[in-house]
Structures are given as C-alpha cells and as structure tokens.
Design a protein around this ligand. Structure first.
Ligand code: C2E
Ligand code: CA
Ligand code: CA
Length: 791
C-alpha cells in the first residue's frame, strides 16, 4: 500500500488537522465576506430608498411648513387690515400713525417686509426699502391674480425671496393694500432643516446660484443642481437631492433643492453593520474552537490508525487497535484491525509452512538446523541425543516403484516416528534422511531402545496393496559428550550414519576421533592433487614367486605416498580417497607409466620380471583405459605379456558389460588379468566364468593364518581346484609363514606373494633380493626336494 505518493504538494507537507482548520477558517471568512457584501449591497439600496423616502416626506413637510407660514402671514395682515386705527390713519392720510401701526403689527409676527400699496396697487411704502420698480411688477402680478381679494405669493426682491401676503384695506371701499412678507432666508431654511433633518436650498433659476441655503452648500456645484429635474430624486456627490418647483407670483418657478447626505441616512445602518461584524467575529472564535475539536476528533483516530499500520508493517501484529466510534474512521479502524488479524494469521501460516516439510508434516531441514543452532547458543542446555535415520536403497524403491510410492513410504515413516517419539524434535533433513532430537532418558545403554525403534519403523508398509519392506540404518551422537555444539552434533551424527551405511550396521554411535579422521580425509583428498607434482608418490614392488621352485616371476607394483607433513600414507587410506576425489584415473595412469618404465629398466639390467598393476573399480568404467594401456606399453616398447592388471570382483560388478569388453580388449593386447582379493566379493561363479581372466589371487584373509586341515585350508583348496579347472593360475597373497606355504604347496597353488618371501621393495633392491632369496630354506627339511610344478 502506497501511503506517501510522489505528489509532494502543499497537502502532504501540512498535517490533516491544519488543513481542516484552514478549511473551516476559509469557510468562516468566506461566509463573513458574503454576509458583509450582502449587508453592503442591501444597505446601499436601502439607504438610497430611505433617502428618497425621507426627501419625499421632507417635501410634504415643506408644503405644510410653507403653508403654515403663509397662513400666519395672511392672518397677521388681515388683523392689520381690520385694525381700526390703521384704517383711520390710512383713510385720513395720517402717514405717521399708519406706518407706526403697520410696523407695530409687522413686528408682532416677525415679518421681514411690510408694505402699503395704493388701492390700485401703487407701492406707497416698503419697509425695508426695496427697488420700487421690481416691487410694483411683483405686486402687480399678485394683485392681478387676486382680483381684489387677499392674495398670497412668492416674490423675489433684490435677491431675497419673500412669501408675500396682500390684503385690501377697506373703509368700506378699498382704500389701500397692506402686505407682510416673510423672507425665505438661510435661517428659515435652517429652521426647516432642524425640523425635518433635510437640507434645503433655494436657487436662482437663471444661474443656479444659491439664494438661500439651510447650511453651507458649497458642496454642490450649481450645474449639478440645475441638471436635476423637477420632483426628481437623484444622487449628487455624497448626497441625495430632490428638486421641488415653487410657483412664483410672476408665473415663474423657483427651484427648491432638498438634500440629505447618504452618511446621515446610513448612520444607523453603519452601526448595525458594525454590530454584525463584531458579532460574526465573535462567532468565528467558537467556530474555530469547534473546528479544532472536530479536527482532533478526526485526526486523533487517524493518527492511531497510522501508528497501527506502521506497527503492522514492522511485523508487530500484537497491538490492539481501539479507535471507537461508528463513523467512517471507526469502520476503517475495524477494517485495519481485521486486516492485522488476517495478516498475522497468514504470516503465522506461512512461517509454519516455511518450517514444515510438505511430505511428512515434520519440521524441515531449515527448522531442524535452527533448533540445532539453539543448542550451541546455550552451553547450559540439557543433554540431547541426535539420531539420524536413513532408508537404505531408497533410490531403488523410487526408481522401481515410482516416486509416489516413495513419497507414501516417507509419509508413513514420518507418522511412525511421530508415534514412537512424540516428545522429540522430528525433522526430515533430506530425501530419505530423518532426524530425531531427544532429551535422552537416563538409561545405561540406549542401543536396545534405538534398535527397537528401528525395528518398529522398519515394519512392512502396505502401499498400493503390496507390503514393502524397509531397511533402515541410523547414526547417533550425544550433546555434550560427543559434541560441543548443535552443528558439531549434526556433523558427528552424520559421520556415525555414514559409518553405519558403509559398514552395513543398523545402528552406529559416533566414535571419538571419527571427525578428526574425517577432517584428515578431507585434507588428504585436497593434498592428493599435488602429491605427484610434489614428488611425494613412489612405487614399491612385491615379488610373486612360483611355489614349486621359488622363482621370481612377477612383481606387484604398490603405490606409496610420503606426505610432506603427515608422513607415509597407506594406499588403503588414500586409494579410496582418490576414487572419491575423481583422481584415481590419473593415479592409475601414473602408476602404469612408472611401473612399465621400471620393468623396461630391469630388463635392460638383466632382470626379466612381469609387473602387476592394480586397477580401481572406476578404471574399468573408464572407456579410455585400453588406449591408455596400449600407448603406455608402446612408449616403453614392451609386449603386453609383461603386464598383469589386477582387478577386484566388485569392480566388475559395477558395469559388467563394459568391464568385460574392456578386459577382452586388454587381453587382446596380450595383457593378463588377475582377479584380486578373490573370495571376498559377491560375484557368482557364473559371472566368474564370463570374466576374461588369467589369474585368481586368493585374498590374504584366507591365507594369513593358513594351517594344515583348517577351514581356511579347505576354502583355499576348493578355490585352487576351481581356478585350475577354469584354466587359471592361482596366486596366494599374504603368505607370512612356512606352515601356510606348506599347505599351499600341498594344495598345488601356483604362485605365492607375502612377507615370508619379501616385503614390497624399492626398485633398486629387487635385483639384490632376487640374488639373495633362498627359497629352499623356507621349505620343511623332510620335504627337502623341490616339488615339481603341476602344470
Ligand atoms: P592388494 O592389491 O591386495 O595388495 C596387496 C596388499 O597386501 C599390499 O598392501 C601388500 O603390502 C599386502 N601384503 C603382501 N603380503 C602380505 C603379507 O604377507 N601379510 C600382510 N599382512 N600383508 C601383505 P598395500 O601395499 O598396503 O596395498 C593395499 C591395497 O592398496 C592393495 O591391496 C591395493 O588394493 C591398493 N593399492 C596399492 N597400490 C595401488 C595402486 O597402485 N593402484 C590401486 N588402484 N590400488 C593400489
Ligand atoms: Ca593387488
Ligand atoms: Ca589382494
């Protein structure tokens, strides 16, 4: 499972918890931005609408304000016109009294303008004084419209706009017009603003200049204001403006601008917005804390999971994984826990399989070696006996009955072993080799028990309807008596098993020093390769003499090895090693060459003697043997008749046909064949009959202790007769004493070889020996005369 991929991005560098927090933070911020935007957009629209509504209200209030002032004006003028004293004064032309009453009344209502006109509208008096021409034009228009009735109107005089009321003064005919005016001054407009909270400005319709304003209105450019249509509401700069047209007495219109600042309308909303901002910021804090808590809730179990998975990947399956919860993470944890269990089980199974032999169910070699190693690890471990068992000729069973029968046999053996020694460590080490490692019970001699086991194990097996007989052999060794470690124990038990096999024993205990012997063999095998080039090999020659008259006829070439460190090594030791090391053919070639050259040398020196050379079993199986012998003979220019090759019966048994063919070919060269060690092998008479040979060499074991009338003597007699009947010469080797010699002579054996005549000699000594050899002295005095040879 690939946990950390190649994507080395931002995400992989910061933890899941930080990412969750960032996510929540981003969501909170975005939500707040969105709500702020919504508030902003919503309030902007709202402010505009609200400003429009306020201005519309302000316009209505203006109308009321204007009307109320007009009524107050009219009422004040009407009171003046009804004032008796005033009428009297006007009628009588008493200007002083009239003016005083006029001003008196004007002062009472705070009028800004007081007028007295003639009955036809001729201006008579104006306080304060104004341009008479403009006054006449303005009042004229007003009076014309009124038709003799009191009238109200808006006039502009000398740059000041007045609300003007004119009332006829009757006595009872109309004798004059009295009028009061309220100036629409800055102060009035300021009053109005105080009342409604909306600024007002009167404009000169001609150039848009302010005639009066509720406050300093320099913010507005006249052009902007003129562009605003009547009754229209429009944004100008930071304000919203509404234009109202006031009708003038002269028929014109006077623009009144009502204006209000956005900021003023928006002020409560701004407060609201601030409160929303503060409260949402306050809300963000718990949201973050909540996110922190939630992230912890997710990342803590994930963290547990991660450490569990890495624990599993290290091969530790023991830990418990308890995340809790039924959510996805909880379910994932459950899955990981069951995966851990499954992997653990599978690994245990695989491990067990890796330690088990599939065929028998016992431990396999690897496991066995492990157990043995553990013995070495602890010097204080209790004694152990290691028994190695081997099925004799198992390969033959496999070959002849088939592998499946072989397998069944091994399986059955495994079961029997388990039944016999359930407490022991049992393993199959190799094809047909089993191991039994037990803590040895305290018993005097374990052999009877082990033998009984072997007996039980070797009971016939019923496989495929047939009873199979088994032959087992075993070797054993004990820790710590025979070996100091498990590995040594195995090696030594193996050596014991090898001994049992070689020696045909059922049971063999490790022999002390056996391993040293084994090591020596290994060393010799290695050193043998260089023995010839080191000049450590030489031949000695043992004479064979005719038993009839003691003449030297043959010598047997025997190989000697003078090891540079170990001293003389006997052929009985190194020849089998040479065979095992694959060196025997080279060795034979060497011996042949040296022996034949020696033979030629003797002949040149006047000693004519045939030479016998020993062949190993492997030589006969080597097709190059005959050509080699032929070339060697040619090389020294000797006829084949001068060479005798000694072969053992068992050498022939290996590959009878090839051996017989080679022997025939050798004989065709004139070479004689002697059957060595005759009587010890297992060959049959029929086989002997087929064997192309010239001599039988009776094995020295029959000859060494030969005495008159002994069982050995009888065997030798039969052998000699047999040989003669087959037309063969018979040689007795191992002639050590005169008694034996007498028996052999009596039987009629042809040749003798033995210490009685001579030990094997270095080549230089042969001639001297030959000259000094006194055969007669070996013969009993009674039979003084030499026996005639029978053939
Ligand atoms: P072998 O062919 O049976 O040789 C005869 C052995 O008997 C020789 O031992 C010889 O020294 C010994 N012997 C002769 N007379 C007596 C006697 O009166 N008493 C006793 N006790 N022993 C006697 P050696 O030289 O130790 O050779 C042992 C075996 O080694 C030979 O048995 C032969 O099988 C093998 N061998 C020796 N040289 C060669 C060789 O060059 N090639 C091969 N392939 N094998 C050789
Ligand atoms: Ca021999
Ligand atoms: Ca022999």
């Amino acid at each position: 499972m690939e946990v950390s991929g190649s994507a080395e991005g931002f995400g992989s560098r910061i933890g899941l918890r930080s990412r969750l927090l960032l996510l929540v933070l981003a969501v909170v911020v975005l939500l707040q931005l969105a709500s702020a935007l919504a508030v902003q957009l919503g309030t902007a629209g709202f402010v505009r609408a609200r400003a429009g509504a306020e201005l519309a209200t302000a316009e209505r209030v203006w109308e009321r304000f204007y009307e109320l002032r007009a009524r107050r004006l009219l009422a004040a003028v009407a009171v003046l016109a009804e004032d008796f004293g005033f009428r009297e004064a006007v009628a009588s032309g008493d200007a002083g009294t009239g003016v005083s009453a006029l001003l008196n009344h004007a002062g009472r209502v705070d009028a800004d303008l007081a007028l007295l006109l003639g009955p036809e509208g001729m201006p008579l008096l104006a306080v304060p004084e104004v341009d008479a021409g403009r006054l006449a034009a303005a009042t004229g228009a007003l009076l014309a419209e009124a038709g003799g009735q009191p009238s109200l109107g808006l006039v502009e005089l000398d740059g000041v706009v007045f609300q003007l009321a004119l009332v006829p003064v009757r006595a009872p005919q109309r004798i004059a017009w009295a009028g009061f005016g309220f100036a629409l001054s800055d102060a009035v407009l300021a009053d109005y603003q105080d009342l409604v909270g909306v600024g007002a400005q009167l404009l000169d319709p001609r150039d848009g200049r302010a005639l009066a304003a509720s406050e300093d209105s320099s913010d507005f450019a006249p052009a902007d204001l003129v562009a605003v249509d009547a009754r229209e509401t429009r944004a100008v700069g930071d304000s919203v403006v509404r234009r109202v047209q006031l009708p003038m007495a002269d028929g014109g219109e006077l623009p009144l601008l009502l204006h209000i600042e956005y900021a003023q309308v928006a002020r409560p909303l701004n407060e609201l917005r601030q409160r929303i901002l503060v409260s949402s910021l306050l809300m963000a804090l718990p949201a973050l804390l909540l996110a922190l808590w939630a992230a912890r809730g997710i990342t803590r179990p994930l963290g547990l999971l991660v450490s569990a998975v890495s624990r599993i990947s290290r091969g530790d399956y023991a830990g418990r994984l308890d995340v809790g919860g039924r959510d996805e993470v909880g379910r994932l944890a459950g899955a990981v826990a069951s995966m851990q269990l499954a992997i653990g089980e599978r690994e245990a199974r695989i491990e067990a399989q890796a330690r088990t032999d599939g065929l028998t169910g016992l431990a396999n070699r690897g496991r066995a070696l492990q157990v043995l190693e553990s013995i070495a690890a602890d010097r204080g471990s209790p004694p152990r006996r290691l028994v190695l068992l081997d099925v004799r000729r198992f390969a033959e069973i496999n070959d002849s009955l088939g592998q499946s029968v072989g397998d069944q046999l091994l399986g059955e053996l495994g079961r029997r072993l388990l039944a016999l020694a359930p407490a022991a460590v049992l393993a199959r080490l190799g094809a047909d080799q089993f191991m039994l490692l037990e803590t040895p019970p305290s018993e005097q001699d374990p052999q009877p028990r082990l033998r009984e086991w072997l007996h039980q194990l070797a009971r016939p097996c019923r496989i495929g309807g047939a009873d199979l007989r088994l032959e087992l052999c075993a070797g054993w060794a004990v820790f710590p008596n025979d070996a100091g470690s498990g590995a040594e124990l195995l090696r030594r038990a193996q050596l014991a098993l090898g001994d049992a096999k070689r020696e045909g024993l059922a049971l063999c205990h490790y022999r002390p020093g056996r391993e040293d012997h084994h090591l020596r063999q290994l060393r010799l095998m290695a050193d043998l390769r260089d023995a010839e080039s080191r000049g450590e090999l030489h031949l000695v020659y043992q004479p064979k003499v005719t038993l009839a008259d003691g003449r030297l006829r043959h010598v047997e070439a025997l190989l000697r090895w003078q090891h540079h460190e170990l001293g003389p090594i006997g052929p009985d030791e190194f020849v089998p090693l040479a065979e095992r090391a694959g060196l025997i053919q080279a060795l034979t070639r060497h011996v042949l060459g040296v022996a034949l050259r020696q033979c030629a040398a003797w002949e040149a020196g006047g000693t004519v003697v045939d030479v016998a050379v020993n062949l190993s079993a492997l030589d006969l199986a080597e097709p190059e043997l005959v050509p080699t012998v032929a070339t060697q003979l040619e090389a020294v220019a000797l006829p084949g008749e001068r060479l005798i090759l000694e072969v053992t019966e068992s050498a022939v048994v290996r590959d009878v046909e090839l051996a017989i063919r080679q022997l025939r070919e050798l004989r065709a060269l004139g070479v004689r064949i002697a059957v060595d060690d005759f009587g010890t092998g297992q060959s049959s008479l029929a086989q002997l009959q087929r064997l192309p040979c010239d001599e039988l060499k009776i094995d020295k074991s029959f000859v060494l202790d030969l005495t008159e009338g002994s069982a050995g003597a009888e065997i030798v007699r039969i052998t000699v007769e047999l040989g003669h009947r087959m037309g063969l010469k018979v040689v007795a080797e191992g002639v050590e004493n005169v008694a034996g010699l007498a028996v052999l002579r009596a039987i009629g054996c042809d040749y003798g070889q033995g210490y009685l005549f001579s030990r094997p000699l270095p080549p230089s000594e042969l001639a001297g020996w030959s000259r000094g050899f006194g055969y007669a002295s070996l013969l009993p005095a009674a039979a003084d005369t030499l026996q005639e040879p029978r053939t």
